[in-house]
Design a protein. Structure first.
Ligand code: ADP
Ligand code: MG
Length: 255
């Protein structure tokens, strides 16, 4: 069990766009290969439309690659598979959209365990309280509704929910982008601490190179669906030899 958690071999994706009488190919992601190890955090950076969410959806098994092979813990991923249930989790940009407003927080956090057929109700309740501790929220939040929480607190809830089934991989797609800067820092630090503590592999998608450098071990830079660079986060403390990366370093205040 020491191989990569996630492996992409020549994985690419195109969509068909335009009206039915003038269909054309939109290459959302050019074939790309990479491996993600246990406990590793890979940031994916790029401007809007560069293919970040497409990559996230491919890794989560939510969309099929147009070419190439994806493997999770050494086993090929073939679309949305039951076998992956509970092993992958996602934290998305807008916590108000990803939490059901009519569901109490505790039930939202427990839902993935229920869907994955994990544990009895009483055990799930105990796990919910433990998860609330983990993400720094009071236990009595379990009985509240999402509208009673701030944006940062709601994002902590979606993180607790993502952790519920002890997944091996968590995909964060612009998970802090909608939060105020001070709250962003708190949530980023929480993600970093949890990863150190629990050791899941993470794919952290952001349009902000400074955020990427802060949270990740390695950074993948995408532009128009193509890989511009795949580099260690610490290398971003110096001016990159890649023009486009250097431009991003300047525009995100790193240089
Ligand atoms: P990002 O998350 O970096 O903003 P996306 O992965 O969402 O980028 O999109 C990459 C490209 O693929 C964009 O040009 C987008 O318009 C296109 N695209 C994404 N999803 C679809 C879809 N379902 N159908 C057609 N085109 C899509
Ligand atoms: Mg996106």
């Amino acid at each position: 069990m020491s191989g990569p958690v996630l492996e992409l071999a020549g994985v690419g994706k195109h969509y068909l766009g335009g009206p039915p009488w003038a269909r054309h190919r939109i290459q959302a992601l050019l074939p790309l290969s990479l491996q993600l190890g246990m406990g590793e955090m890979l940031a994916v950076v790029g401007e809007s439309g560069s293919g970040k969410t497409t990559l996230a959806r491919l890794c989560l098994g939510l969309t099929k690659p147009s070419e190439g092979l994806l493997a999770f813990s050494g086993a090929p991923v073939l679309g949305q598979s039951r076998k992956l249930r509970g092993k992958l989790a996602a934290v998305l940009q807008n916590p108000s959209q990803s939490l059901n407003p009519s569901m109490r927080i505790g039930r939202s956090i427990a839902e993935p365990m229920y869907l994955a057929g994990m544990s009895q109700q009483a055990d799930r309740r105990a796990r919910v309280l433990e998860l609330l501790d983990h993400v720094g929220l009071p236990r009595d939040f379990a009985d509240r509704f999402p509208q009673e929480l701030s944006g940062g607190q709601r994002q902590r809830v979606t993180i607790a929910r993502a952790l519920a089934t002890r997944p091996k991989l968590i995909v964060f797609d612009e998970a802090v982008s909608a939060l105020d800067v001070s709250v962003q820092a708190q949530v980023l630090n929480l993600i970093i601490d949890l990863q150190r503590e629990i050791g899941f592999a993470g794919l952290f998608i952001t349009h902000d190179l400074a955020v990427a450098r802060y949270v990740a071990d390695r950074v993948l830079v995408l532009r128009h669906g193509a890989v511009e660079a795949l580099l260690p986060a610490h290398s971003l403390y110096e001016a990159s030899p890649v023009d486009y990366v250097r431009k991003l370093q300047v525009s995100s205040g790193l240089l």
